[in-house]
Design a protein around this ligand. Structure first.
Ligand SMILES: [Zn+2]
Ligand SMILES: [Zn+2]
Length: 393
């Protein structure tokens, strides 16, 4: 293990920031205290601070000792979840119903650690933009930052992200070239039948029966429509219809989500949902409308930047501890929007193996970011800057 010694020296500070952030979780676009915390630290270390992108976003700009025109972006997310924490340690959430259950407190603290070290040493040739984004969970703060001109205001040649990963042992890092996390879409089907007395169903069109047939038939998309070597998930997660025992309801609503990696698969799935649902409605004398929204695109790592990330991770944790062929995850990440604009790589940093501290899965009320990995994460960030923009001579 070759973490940066200077960063290891202030490990207790990083841990302190992380636990402070953990105790004060804030959710989408309301990360006011958190962004003040980040901005104050960056300013204290002489880093140029820009605020206001995506409401609570913070960008720190730091030039190296030499100023080639080169620049890279390092991104951390700052938001917490709507989740009631069940942990009982001292740094548990003080904000009822909110919790840093995904480790974004750790992501923010590690990027701050790298910023502090790089501001002290400036041993690189170019510019590093520290991107602290709000609202990664659900609301797409990364997309909003991009739409509000993140890369026009702070141009970079590449952008990098990381996420802690329970299940991967501490001291190990994983990544993959190409699609790493799935695109996330939602759909809503409103089925219109004809209401009737439950004892006289022949006088109506039963929206519940039509709905049941649609839910079953949608499962034929993954099993019979999409190439078995491709991946898609179609999950119905809500059905709403009816209020009492003796009325056949006129209307029913089906809601669900689609996860995919490939744009063609995604487009075919959307078309198939509509075709299947419409066909069943027509066959039963019902009608329907569909709302389909593409939320987060797939996270797609570019090959050169993934090679760089792997090389740098190997400098920190040793080559045997870097897995470059990780299978993709069906989860989603709004870092995808940044990767749609710039080449880059998103890696997974081991938070602890199953059954070890840090092994509890993210979004669980007992989860906690593992402070033992923060020096590794901060060293990775710092070495990424020094390696991609080396100071010659
Ligand atoms: Zn999360
Ligand atoms: Zn997360």
């Amino acid at each position: 293990m070759a973490v940066i010694n200077r960063i290891a020296e202030f490990h207790d500070d990083i841990k302190g920031w992380r636990r402070d952030l953990h105790a004060h979780p804030e959710t989408a676009f309301e990360e006011v205290r958190t962004s003040d915390f980040v901005a104050d630290k960056l300013e204290e270390w002489g880093i140029e601070v820009h605020r206001g992108l995506a409401t609570t976003g913070v960008v720190g700009v730091l030039h190296g000792n030499k100023k080639s025109g080169r620049a890279i972006g390092l991104r951390a997310d700052m938001d917490a979840l709507h989740l009631t924490e069940l942990n009982e340690f001292d740094h548990r959430s003080k904000n009822e119903g909110k919790m840093h259950g995904c480790g974004h407190d750790g992501h923010t603290a590690m990027l701050l650690g790298a910023a502090r070290y790089l501001a002290e040493t400036k041993n690189f040739d170019g510019t590093v933009n520290f991107i602290f984004q709000p609202a990664e969970e659900n609301e797409g703060g990364g997309r909003v930052m991009v739409e509000e001109g993140l890369f026009e205001k702070f141009p970079v040649e590449a952008v990098y992200g990381l996420h802690n990963m329970p299940g991967i042992p501490t001291g190990q890092v994983g990544m993959r070239v190409g699609p790493a996390m799935a695109a996330f879409d939602i759909f809503e089907l409103t089925i219109k039948g004809v209401g009737a007395h439950a004892a006289m169903p022949h006088l109506g069109v039963d929206a519940i029966l039509v709905t049941s047939q649609i839910v079953t038939a949608l499962q034929s998309i993954a099993s019979r429509r999409i190439d078995p070597l491709e991946s898609v998930v179609v999950s119905v997660t809500q059905i709403h219809a009816g209020d009492t025992w003796n009325v056949i309801p006129q209307e029913a609503v089906i809601r669900g989500t689609v996860r995919s990696f490939d744009a063609d698969v995604q487009a075919q799935t959307e078309a198939d949902i509509e075709r299947i649902a419409k066909g069943i409605c027509e066959s039963q004398g019902a009608s329907m409308t569909m709302r389909y929204e593409k939320r987060y695109p797939a996270v797609v790592n570019t090959s050169m930047e993934t090679d760089i990330a792997a090389e740098v991770a190997a400098q920190v944790v040793g080559e045997p501890n870097v897995e470059v062929g990780m299978p993709p995850l069906m989860g989603s990440e709004d870092f995808a929007y940044m990767l749609q604009e710039k080449p880059g790589c998103y890696i997974w940093l081991g938070n602890g193996a199953d059954g070890e501290p840090g092994g509890c899965s993210v979004h669980n009320p007992l989860y906690d970011f593992n402070d033992e990995i923060s020096v590794i994460g901060a060293s990775y960030w710092a070495k990424l800057v020094e390696t991609t923009m080396p100071r010659a001579g």
